[in-house]
Design a protein around this ligand. Structure first.
Ligand SMILES: Cc1cc2nc3c(=O)[nH]c(=O)nc-3n(C[C@H](O)[C@H](O)[C@H](O)COP(=O)(O)OP(=O)(O)OC[C@H]3O[C@@H](n4cnc5c(N)ncnc54)[C@H](O)[C@@H]3O)c2cc1C
Length: 247
């Protein structure tokens, strides 16, 4: 899996601060320098002032200003299962690679056995992996070996069957029904900073599945560069709060 940033609002935290100052200001923020807009906020430097205001907004649940900055991620090689989970978030915009344009023509079934084209969950190969609702009892090594064998053979068979159905003239949009839910897909998704915090609340949490959690952690790493003050405050003060239903 790879998560990269395609595009993001420039000076996102300046936009957040201007929007928030607009709410309580007699003056029109559109006509002012940023320094003037932030004049009455506590802090010795502009960065300190931004930190004060952003912390205050987040602590008081004033989340609207964080809806202005937008970020667009390109994600390579997640499973269709992960894609189904993330696309439940209704305030995120998506483009998802169509399976009709994914050719398995040149795919060697042995590559599929190696984990190409289909995401192999760690639990298929790692004897120490413990699932979300599993007990931590030691697992027999032979069982793990057999688990891996079944997993890899089943996906390789499915890909071979898909190719055979295409060769027999079945339309790709119907033949794909036999492909596993672990089949890799690329996505582009855009969201605002508030939504990114909400997605992180739900998907970087311990009870989220490992794959969407890894993807969300990668998005948060980018967010730390993009909106450093906001996501630093989020990580320190908000990530582990009890009521995670907002932002
Ligand atoms: C660990 C985990 C397990 C899950 N298991 C399942 C499962 O088994 N089956 C399943 O179907 N889903 C499951 N989900 C998905 C979950 O139920 C949500 O659909 C998903 O996380 C989207 O988040 P959201 O509801 O906050 O909505 P989002 O679309 O992210 O919207 C953000 C916020 O906007 C508000 N909002 C958006 N739309 C509405 C609306 N129509 N009405 C009122 N408020 C709205 C809500 O405050 C919402 O929290 C699971 C999620 C997690 C994290």
């Amino acid at each position: 899996m790879e998560v990269t940033v395609l595009e993001a609002t420039e000076d996102p935290e300046e936009v957040v601060c201007k929007a928030a100052r607009n709410d309580y200001s007699e003056e029109f923020v559109g006509d002012q320098s940023f320094e003037t807009t932030m004049e009455t906020i506590e802090g010795d430097s502009l960065t300190e002032k931004k930190e004060t205001l952003i912390g205050h907004l987040l602590d008081h649940g004033h989340f609207g200003p964080f809806e202005h900055p937008q970020i667009t991620f390109a994600v390579e090689g997640v499973s269709r299962s992960c894609m189904a989970q993330i696309t439940r978030h209704r305030h995120v915009s998506f483009d998802v690679q169509s399976m009709r344009y994914v050719s398995f023509d040149d795919v060697d079934p042995d590559d599929v056995r190696e984990g190409e084209l289909v995401v192999v969950p760690p639990s298929a190969t790692d004897p120490d992996w413990v699932g979300r609702n599993q007990r931590t009892d030691a697992v027999d090594e032979d069982a793990v070996e057999r688990r891996e064998e079944i997993f890899r053979d089943t996906v390789a068979d499915a890909v071979e069957s898909y190719q055979e159905l295409l060769d027999l003239g079945m339309p790709p949009e119907d033949a794909r029904f036999v492909l596993p839910i672990g089949t890799e897909v690329n996505m582009v998704m855009s969201m605002n900073a508030r939504m990114l915090m909400h997605v992180a609340d739900m998907r970087a949490a311990a009870d989220a599945q490992w794959e969407i959690r890894n993807m969300t952690e990668a998005m948060l790493d980018h967010a730390a560069d993009w909106c450093p003050l906001t996501f630093d405050h989020y990580e320190r003060e908000m990530k582990n709060r009890k009521n995670r239903l907002a932002p």
